[in-house]
Write a protein that binds this ligand. Structure first.
Ligand code: ZN
Ligand code: ZN
Length: 161
């Protein structure tokens, strides 16, 4: 087997290497505490003018609070763009796996928070047992206006017995 056609040559041609995979994993893991901190210190702080719309009542159509995830998505698209086409390949190389990690978290957030917990668009089933602890925690946040800042926060109480 020659070096050019063997599995090692194939591995070298993969778009993601070890450092990229690490950047992807670290970003994905860091997004929940980052998102929780943004919710607590910005959403329930100076950003209350936007986030309040989410606490005011049941979600029907678009709400002012949607500006926050839309801005996060736009920032992630900018990271992808700079990672792909930005100057200085060394500086921009890791931006693509970082943006991919942020995207994975963003999709997870939208699925759990918007589509499941708040039943926006009525796309997901109303009751999925393993998702109920996330709903219980987030509903406690809505009732109290405090605590359970992250969307992956779980609460056992409140589960149907
Ligand atoms: Zn909510
Ligand atoms: Zn809140």
């Amino acid at each position: 087997m020659t070096g050019r056609s063997g599995p090692r040559a194939t591995a070298r041609r993969l778009p993601f290497g070890g450092v990229d995979a690490l950047a992807f994993a670290v970003t994905t893991a860091a997004m929940e505490p980052l998102s929780a901190a943004v919710h607590r210190y910005i959403g329930h702080g100076p950003g209350w003018v936007l986030h309040r719309s989410h606490h005011d009542g049941p979600v029907a159509g678009p709400e002012l609070n949607d500006v926050i995830p839309a801005a996060s998505a736009a920032a992630t698209v900018a990271l992808f763009a700079y990672g792909q086409w930005g100057r200085g390949r060394k500086a921009s190389r890791l931006l693509t796996p970082i943006a991919a990690g942020a995207t994975l978290y963003g999709v997870t957030y939208a699925l759990i928070h918007d589509l499941y917990i708040h039943r926006r668009l009525s796309l997901l089933p109303a009751h999925v047992p393993w998702l109920e602890p996330f709903r219980a925690a987030h509903e406690a946040h809505h009732r109290q206006g405090w605590g359970h800042w992250g969307i992956l926060s779980r609460q056992r109480s409140g589960l149907p017995r």
